[in-house]
Write a protein that binds this ligand. Structure first.
Ligand SMILES: Cc1cc2nc3c(=O)[nH]c(=O)nc-3n(C[C@H](O)[C@H](O)[C@H](O)COP(=O)(O)OP(=O)(O)OC[C@H]3O[C@@H](n4cnc5c(N)ncnc54)[C@H](O)[C@@H]3O)c2cc1C
Length: 478
């Protein structure tokens, strides 16, 4: 095949947090990346309340300083959720509001600065060839161009242009949102009879308000009047009811859903294009970034020497299924804590178990359906286990598990047990199965800790022993 200087290893579609994060990580791993964005940057985006967990990811990507330099607003949080009375909530570790246009622009510019080819006002117009040797037709501001690529990452967001099969993971959810000229310097969240309200001060001094409801309760009504009525009935937002600006209320879909086509040969979806979560957690950006790091690992596993697409796909789909199960369980627990009674269809639908009905009946949909909801961690076992004679719990199994080792997916022996949300291969950075093999040869856990300490600092060996006890993977002998 003839090559062109425009040919690349990976074409990433969409320069939201997911696409830029994946592009940056692939550049760090030594790949050539072309990032294709439909809009012209900087472009507005909702989802501006960022969780503290993002900082570590920005550090890894080497863009923390640029992101930290952006103006941000963080104030106290006020919550009306479990009770009808507003209660102050600790602000420590709370979210910070940023301007998403600027935040996404920082990531986008970093891709270009690290040698990625960045196209704005461009989109994919066609895909031909075969996995590993794609011909990607791009419609750019200068006309159509075709680039060769080994892999395609689709990070085009919730309103995915690829027509992917999307399966809702919870009851339908609609968001109405607007900006007021001013408001309190705080985060406000309130459960209401027909949904919930959210508000936060933006760095530019304006105040963002969002109302979340069942689309059926808004359909056929004037959105502005509906929103004003919700605000007027609320405890925290009542003063805002009269401050809505005419014609400035926007609506967007917010139903959590995943794509059954998250992995296709030579094409992976990431961020909201793979799975969008309930906005209740205000952690969609962090989830999109984390997921994209895993997408980069999976792509690296395929493209590196002796690449293994099956292993990469298994790893990626299992992480997606776990993510769906974790977020579904979290959102349901949180909705169940809210005070409005079950007379409201909105709250009833969110408290009951939602039955997913996959559109395509794919293997991924079956995997998602059978992935267990993570149970809260088991209670700590008595410390005396450390000194007494112990043996492995009978329910403990040793299996091969796809793990990330040196930025690639590799099979490692792992422990599987009903107490663990998923099989575990590494504890405190050490492979756990060889350590259990040592334990099988000695009667006491403290003796095993002594032997492990030849290979690692004693404090680390002790923490691993404590973990085995806490998870109840060992029990008193006899
Ligand atoms: C109502 C609501 C409130 C939310 N609030 C929060 C919040 O407070 N905090 C939070 O963390 N998350 C929040 N989220 C979620 C958050 O916005 C998303 O999870 C996050 O933006 C996902 O990032 P992404 O990169 O996957 O997608 P996006 O941010 O949607 O980026 C996708 C990019 O792809 C581009 N694109 C689209 N189609 C094409 C194409 N065909 N070719 C090329 N480019 C294309 C788009 O222009 C866009 O730039 C909220 C979501 C909703 C619906």
């Amino acid at each position: 095949m003839a090559t062109s200087r425009r040919d690349t290893d990976v074409v990433v579609l969409g320069a939201g947090p997911a696409g830029s994060c994946c592009a940056l990580r692939l550049l760090q791993l030594g790949y050539r990346v072309t990032l294709v964005e439909r809009a012209r940057f900087p472009r507005a985006q909702i989802g501006e309340s960022l969780t503290p967990g993002i900082a570590g990811i920005l550090d890894l990507l080497g863009v923390r300083a640029q992101a930290d330099a952006l103006p941000r607003m963080a104030g106290p949080a006020w919550l009306v959720w479990e009770h009808a009375d507003p209660a102050p909530r600790a602000a420590a570790g709370a979210n910070a509001m940023v301007d998403r246009a600027s935040f996404d622009d920082v990531l986008f510019r970093a891709v270009a600065a690290r040698g990625g080819r960045c196209l704005q006002a461009a989109a994919m117009a066609g895909l031909s060839g075969a996995p590993g040797a794609w011909q990607v037709r791009l419609a750019t501001a200068h006309g159509i161009e075709t680039v060769g690529a080994r892999f395609v990452v689709d990070a085009t967001g919730r309103r995915n242009s690829g027509g992917a099969m999307r399966t809702p993971t919870a009851a339908p959810l609609l968001a109405l949102w607007t900006d007021l000229d001013r408001g309190p310097c705080a985060h406000l969240v309130e459960a209401c009879p027909d949904g919930w309200l959210w508000g936060a001060a933006r760095p530019d001094g304006r105040f963002r308000i969002m109302a979340f409801a069942d689309p059926a309760s808004v359909r056929g009504r004037d959105a502005e009047r509906w929103l004003a009525a919700q605000l007027a009935r609320s405890r925290l937002f009542a003063v805002a009811a009269g401050a809505l600006r005419p014609g400035a209320v926007h609506a967007c879909a917010a139903t959590p859903a995943f794509s059954e086509a998250a992995w296709q040969p030579g094409v992976v979806r990431t961020g909201d294009a793979a799975f969008c979560i309930d906005p209740l957690s205000s952690s969609g950006v962090e989830k999109a970034l984390r997921f994209s790091l895993q997408a980069a690992v999976a792509v690296h596993t395929v493209l590196a020497d002796a690449g293994d697409e099956n292993l990469a796909r298994t790893f990626y789909e299992h992480r997606l299924a776990e993510s769906v199960a974790t977020h579904r369980a979290w959102a349901q627990r949180y909705y169940r804590m809210a005070w409005p009674d079950d007379a409201s269809p909105f709250w009833r639908a969110r408290r009951e178990d939602f039955v997913m009905t996959p559109k395509g009946g794919s293997a991924l949909a079956r995997l998602v359906a059978r992935t267990p909801v993570p149970a809260p961690g088991p209670a700590a076992a008595p410390g005396m286990l450390l000194r007494g004679e112990v043996r492995r719990c009978d329910a403990l199994d040793i299996i091969d598990e796809p793990c990330v080792v040196d930025d690639r997916v590799q099979l490692r022996r792992a422990v599987a047990h009903p107490n663990l949300p998923r099989p575990v291969a590494f504890v405190e950075g050490a492979e756990i199965v060889p350590l259990l093999d040592v334990l099988a040869a000695v009667p006491r856990l403290e003796t095993a800790v002594e032997l492990w300490s030849y290979r690692m600092p004693p404090a680390r060996a002790a923490r691993i022993a404590a973990w085995l006890c806490e998870q109840r993977l060992v029990r008193a002998a006899g």
